[in-house]
Write a protein that binds this ligand. Structure first.
Ligand code: TYM
Length: 333
């Protein structure tokens, strides 16, 4: 089974990325044949960006993925911009992507509203490049968080429309969204997802955050009226902390509710903070070791791109041929 996922090299990566996605990438290494992970720097230019910072952020993200447990010998790990095959397929797929579908993308609507100076055409086209990323590897399964569900649906529609018009060439992928932790919420505003694009980072726990900072942020997390530690729609703050606790401890949310029944919010928050500190500690430490050696990181990316190219070339060749590009293939007589 082919597994593929992508992660943007923008901002510092946070607990939501770790729980919703990166944790699943590591699992995927065991199941994927192969598991393919891409640092999607071309997606990062759809909003204003600083070129030097982009280059550094790719290294930050790579070092973090390695620190979290990705092993370049057991997966294919590469930088999207090293592979022009992605942008070529993106254009080819534009022929079978409905303009109307792109206008309905939630992420485009949200992100375009936040842009002050320019809403780039790239931001509108973002999901087509994402579909190309996935379809270029005949991917079966895509591990992502809940916020990517609609983009995955689009990729499926694009693959189906392509196959209907040009023959069964592309694999229609399915998403893998975790049951618990698919949408980790901001600790200060538990009705919005944890994200680095919010103005304040008071409710965002970064993966490389110092333990005392983690403790401070969890202690200050907004909770809800009442005293019970249970998941419920009128308790978004406590529900979020229960999900976080369940994932970092490797148990079910119901186990967390049972364990903390009858105890106060303050005690619960303290336990969550300590669990998160211990969960992230090994990743933070390993990240500090790996991040400085940019030459080694660059070698890892170059090796990864070489392996990705071997997988991508035959698929792109099939797509080009089916769409009528290149010389006619002579049938043997
Ligand atoms: P990005 O970099 O924004 O997010 C990376 C992954 O983290 C997940 N995620 C979350 N999960 C749970 N709770 C949260 N608060 C949270 N915030 C983010 C995202 O769902 C994602 O899985 N469009 C993608 C990048 C991409 C991609 C692809 C993904 C480009 N091409 C092909 C899959 C396949 C994105 O925005 O990632």
């Amino acid at each position: 089974m082919r597994i593929f996922s992508g992660i943007q090299p923008t901002g510092r990566k946070h607990l939501g990325n770790y729980i919703g996605a990166i944790r699943q990438y590591v699992d995927g290494q065991e199941r994927g044949d192969p598991a393919i992970y891409c640092i999607v720097d071309l997606h990062a230019i759809t909003v204003p960006h600083d070129p030097q910072a982009l280059r550094r952020s790719v290294y930050d993200t790579l070092a973090l993925l390695l620190a979290a447990g990705l092993d370049p010998d057991r997966c294919v790990l590469f930088r999207q911009s090293d592979m022009p095959e992605h942008t070529e397929l993106c254009w080819l797929l534009s022929a079978v992507t409905a303009y109307g579908d792109l206008t309905r993308m939630h992420q485009f609507k949200e992100k375009s509203q936040r842009q002050r100076e320019l809403v780039s055409a790239g931001l509108f086209f973002y999901p087509v490049l994402q579909a190309a990323d996935i379809l270029l590897y005949r991917t079966d399964e895509v591990p992502v968080g809940e916020d990517q569900r609609q983009h995955l649906e689009l990729a499926r529609d694009v693959a189906e429309r392509f196959n209907a018009r040009f023959g069964e060439i592309l694999t229609v992928p399915r998403h893998r969204i975790p049951e618990v932790g698919a949408k980790i919420m901001d600790l200060q505003d538990p009705t919005s997802k944890m994200s680095t694009t919010t103005e304040s980072t008071a409710g965002v726990i970064f993966i490389d955050e110092e333990p005392d900072e983690i403790r401070r942020k969890v202690r200050a997390a907004v909770t809800d009226p009442g005293r019970e530690i249970v998941r419920s729609s009128d308790k978004p703050g406590i529900s979020n902390l229960i999900e976080i606790m369940a994932v970092v401890r490797g148990v079910n949310p119901a186990d967390v509710e049972r364990e903390f029944a009858g105890r106060g919010y303050a005690e619960f928050k303290q336990a969550v903070a300590e669990a998160v500190v211990e969960f992230l500690r090994p990743v933070r430490e390993r990240y500090r070791e790996l991040r400085p050696d940019e030459e080694a990181l660059e070698r890892t990316l170059a090796d990864g791109a070489e392996r990705a190219r071997e997988l991508a070339r035959p698929v792109l060749a099939d797509v080009r041929r089916a769409m009528g590009f290149g010389p006619a293939v002579r049938q043997p007589v």
